[in-house]
Design a protein around this ligand. Structure first.
Ligand code: KE4
Length: 428
């Protein structure tokens, strides 16, 4: 695909920004070549600076569950902007979005809006440490919870993609307070908590991993974490930045019927604008300033325009009783088609999927944790990525990410995708 204008933008970007991007995974480092430079998006399509169009399965890494440029969201943003863009005060839209979230998540008795998933998880852990008076936290190998220091230990997403699971710049003393476990390893969790449980403030988990690529919890895994944390006074944090409003109106906790002590949200609740949130039991959240002593703040937290985008998105989802059934039907159609195409082409793939997220791993091994995900042939993924890109299909530019279907994906585009995938598999 000829992309001279994108090339010009990227060259300028490289001189101005590290790696020419504002977030590492966008840089195409894991798949090679220069990144896509998008000028607009509509429905399930992206349009680049050279007028090329792509069927999009990255969907801005998760927020765009309705599709790009969804009219009711754009209308609410336009309406909000007419009243100004930021007040630095309480505004009605904050109350509305907080109400929609607490209504959808019974475990969230109180919620604090922030401007990213990173802020949400960073703040949730701080409150959990204050609540328990303990320092240590537990995360899972390949789990990605944003880029605050404590989580950049054996982390997934861009860190695994770029081969730096533990980032330099994190003080060893700080890193030592983060304990890690293999995802889906209940026995290891049981052992660690038996040994150190009373020193652990919080256990943070993606209830469905999205940053190893899509990895589902084994039967009983989440239940074990709930039992162990409850018994040891450990705050169980479900990081639902990806799964929140993706798996169900009540996220993964509603889907698997497990009640965490705290939840972090992001992506979909901002409808494409910068919004994150953390919340949970009132006796924990009442520690948050100014009600309590745990400080956390943000100039643009609860921004009226960003709130409007989130409100419109959640209302659009909530107004359609068939929403999750319909979007899952589209996803199943795609995943069955990809599996059939791979089989027909004689390719061995493992495709993990749940609700409207999935990941094709280029390995014949079942993928249930970071170690098994690492058996994937990332070179094959990169070649598949480019064969699809050349056909006008944009996938996440990394093997270790979730792919997303939106309500805007048409059956026609999904069938096209399956056809192109068959052709690509045969060329691998
Ligand atoms: P943000 O700070 O990027 O809004 O959210 C951090 C975060 C927290 N928790 C989970 C489960 C997440 O997946 C994320 C962010 N996800 C990545 C992609 N998997 C965002 C894309 C990027 O880093 O550019």
């Amino acid at each position: 695909m000829d992309r001279p204008h994108s090339h010009t933008y990227f060259k300028k970007a490289q001189a101005l920004m590290p790696g020419g991007v504002n977030s590492p995974v966008r840089a195409f480092k894991a798949v090679g070549d220069e990144p896509i430079v998008v000028t607009r998006a509509k429905g399930d399509r992206l349009y680049d600076a050279d007028g090329n169009r792509y069927i999009d399965y990255c969907m801005s890494w998760g927020p765009m569950i309705l599709g790009h440029g969804q009219i009711s969201v754009l209308n609410e943003i336009r309406k909000a902007i007419r009243g100004g863009t930021s007040f630095g005060t309480l505004c009605p839209n904050e109350v509305r979005l907080a109400g929609l979230i607490t209504e959808a998540y019974p475990s969230i008795e109180q919620v604090r809006m922030v401007s990213s998933g990173t802020e949400a998880t960073m703040s949730a852990v701080r409150v959990a440490r204050a609540y328990t008076g303990r320092d240590k936290i537990v995360k899972f190998e390949g789990g990605y919870h944003g880029h605050s220091d404590q989580f950049l230990i054996k982390a997934g997403s861009g860190l695994t993609t770029l081969g730096t699971p533990s980032s330099p710049g994190v003080p060893a003393a700080f890193a030592a307070t983060t304990l890690t476990l293999p995802y889906n390893d209940s026995a290891a969790a049981r052992k660690l908590i038996a040994e150190q449980g009373r020193e652990i403030a919080a256990l943070i988990v993606e209830p469905v991993a999205g940053n190893i690529g899509t990895v589902l919890p084994d039967k009983g895994f989440l239940e074990t974490l709930r039992e162990l944390t409850a018994k040891n006074g450990i705050v169980l944090i479900f990081d639902e930045v990806i799964t929140g409003f993706r798996l169900s109106l009540s996220g993964a906790q509603g889907y698997f019927k497990i009640k965490p002590d705290m939840t972090t949200l992001g992506k979909i609740i901002g409808g494409g604008l910068p919004v994150g949130a953390y919340g949970g039991r009132k006796d924990i959240m009442e520690l948050v300033s100014p009600e309590g002593p745990v400080y956390q703040a943000g100039t643009l937290s609860g921004n009226p325009v960003a709130m409007a985008a989130g409100i419109a998105t959640l209302r659009e989802i909530g107004s359609n009783r068939q929403f999750y059934e319909d979007i899952e039907k589209k996803t199943r159609h795609l995943v069955y088609g990809l599996n059939d195409a791979a089989k027909l082409a004689g390719k061995r793939l493992t495709i993990n999927t749940i609700a409207s997220m999935y990941t094709p791993f280029f390995t014949a091994t079942p993928v249930r944790d970071l170690a098994s995900a690492m058996t994937s042939d990332t070179k094959q993924y990169a070649r598949f990525f480019h064969l699809m890109f050349e056909k006008g299909v944009y996938l996440p530019p990394s093997q270790f990410e979730a792919h997303f279907v939106s309500m805007a994906h048409t059956v026609r585009d999904i069938d096209r995708t399956i056809h192109y995938a068959y052709e690509a598999f045969r060329k691998l």
